[in-house]
Design a protein around this ligand. Sequence first.
Ligand code: NAI
Length: 736
Amino acid sequence: MSLSFEGRVVLVTGAGGGLGKEYALAFAERGASVVVNDLGADTKGGGKSSAAADKVVEKIRAEGGKAVANYDSVEDGEKLIQAALDTFGRIDVVVNNAGILRDRSFARTSDLDWDLIHRVHLRGSFLVTRAAWNHMKKQKFGRIIMTASAAGIYGNFGQANYSAAKLGLLGLSNTLAIEGSKYNIHCNTIAPVAGSRLTETVMPPDLVAALKPEYVAPMVLWLCHEQCQENGGLFELGAGWIGKLRWERTQGCITRHKNQPMTPEAVRDQWDKVCDFTDSTKPTSVQESLQSIMTVLSKVESGQDVRASPTAGPATVASSSSGIDPMVAVGQKLPPSTFSFSHTQCILYALGVGMSTKDPDHLRFLYEGHPDFSCLPTFGVIPSQAAMMDGGLSAVPGLNIDFTQVLHGEQYLELYKTFPTSGSLTSQASIADVLDKGSGALILLDVNTYSGDELICFNQFSVFVVGAGGFGGKRTSEKAKALVLPPQRAPDAVLVDSTTRDQAALYRLSGDWNPLHIDPGFAAMGGFKAPILHGLCSFGFAARHVLKHFAGNDPSRFKAIKVRFVKPVMPGQSLQTEMWKEGSRVHIQCKVKETGDVVLSGAYVDLHETAQASAGVPQGGLQSELVFAEIGRRIQETGDDLVKKVNAVFGWEITKDGKNAAQWVIDLKNGSGALHPGPYAGKADVTFTVSDEDFMDVVLGKVNPQKAFFSGKLKIRGNVMLSQKLEIILKDHAKL
Ligand code: NAI
């Protein structure tokens, strides 16, 4: 369907010649009633004549169109709009096009040169547009064009006055686009190039003839049509080509430390980083822009790396010769992987980590017909491994590493519900951080595993790449799940279990196919006498020892585990798990009994004090529950962006009748974000305490968060600055 302007009333300023004339003719040809405004001035703004506008009106009428002439200056904005209302009864489209030039080198620019240019271009467009604004608002339709210029966008010798006014129009348009959008008033800015009397002094005649105004007008018509939803855009166009422009911003860099003065030297020393457009962002609003500045405040407060950028999390310095570039790698996502399993895999895994029918209370993990048949909690590492095993890690940009040098350093696993005994799970892995440990690089890989929309577990793999350090990165990360040393006393309990000669051969069937654990030749290349047991197999042994001794083998009591892999274990050796119970945490250390070598250190298992529900969210009867469920869903949809924007963990304590009724964690810092029920193993950056009712009032917009805070209804612990970000979550992510 062709684009019709039947029934629309269009004002084109400066339409007596050049581009404006072309616009007027084109609108009229497509059925618009056109007010052809032109003062009939010379190019410098002098003189006055009705002839220019009249000729255009005559031409339109001769071709059967509707037009009326207006000879006022755009500085009399009201009069131009009145002409439209008097003649045609409404105003739908305003094309601010009138213009003059008073080019001078800057030193010679007089007050008059400056003022005249501003009066016609910037003030004229303001006055005409303001006169039309309320009419457009009332009719809930309006299309406005501002005419800027490449001279404004890029600067041009001898056009200081003109450039300033032209880019002023862009600022005006940016704000009108925001204020007008809810009334279907759209405002866009064009920087055209066309042969006209304004350009004939600077362009050769051939070019003036070739760059026809006809090659600009169709774009103006499109932007002004009701079908066009573009708003707040900036376009360069000419000769039939059209391109769109936007702002681009470097990741930038924080140049000050907590409690220290900011110095010009620090700015100088980080200058390359400030100006490095690698991984640049494209902010599109003041909110987005401010967001990063607010992030800086919290980052500096929390003492994070001074070289960190506000938007990209704690990434570090420039790229390295080793092929590791944290700036590129951190935040990268691996392709999602799916993992389908049945009771067979659960049983195979249980056998793999040494369970046996010799032990009657192991039967619930080994026999699918058992009334309490369950999957071992540490099976949670298996689906997430698939993402890495599929070679996902090797494809990550910025991680150009030698995979023969990769060691599994540490593992953290947290479950959010009891692990199912069958199903299809999806895992999403991302690079949480990359650290420079000198002798090697440490990659933190965060993996969230979902069943449908429900987050089942989170894994953090710490992968050490020998020889890949020294790229100038930071040594520690607040994203890393920390190890914890056991108490000094003798262990509260010790369990010993022997692995079999075939333990690794059995364990690998759960999905870790690395030949190091089966192939003697391969093991020898790695410097081992024989194939070694999987670290995650010892991990499984230790975890089930804790589960047996401190949780009666009830998998729903299992919450999280963290271990460091220190030394290899040979299949056939015995594993001795030493345990210390401290509240809900059981510290563990695992040794090879035969040699006394520590194989798992700094390790712990966190338990729930009571059994947890196996599905859904284990809290009940609260209105806020629905809202959190919705927040959880939305995080899954837009998590990545939110994590970038927010980069914080929010804890929630919801009270009912004065008692603690539920706890939630909105994690917008790790991986691609997640919602967890219950308390959080790590440290929340900020924790809110609020009653179920007051929470709903805030969410429903009855009370704003600041008010709730000042009236004592909302209590905040931790980094108070971060509560600013609450509104992003509640506004966009809690809509019911
Ligand atoms: P033009 O000189 O052919 O047209 C401008 C028209 O505005 C003239 O007819 C003039 O009488 C009228 N005018 C001047 N002051 C006025 C006032 N106070 N009230 C009402 N009308 C007034 O120039 P052209 O090239 O068609 O330019 C149109 C617009 O495009 C201008 O805003 C110009 O700055 C802009 N532009 C043009 C470029 C080009 O390559 N032609 C490049 C970049 C921007």
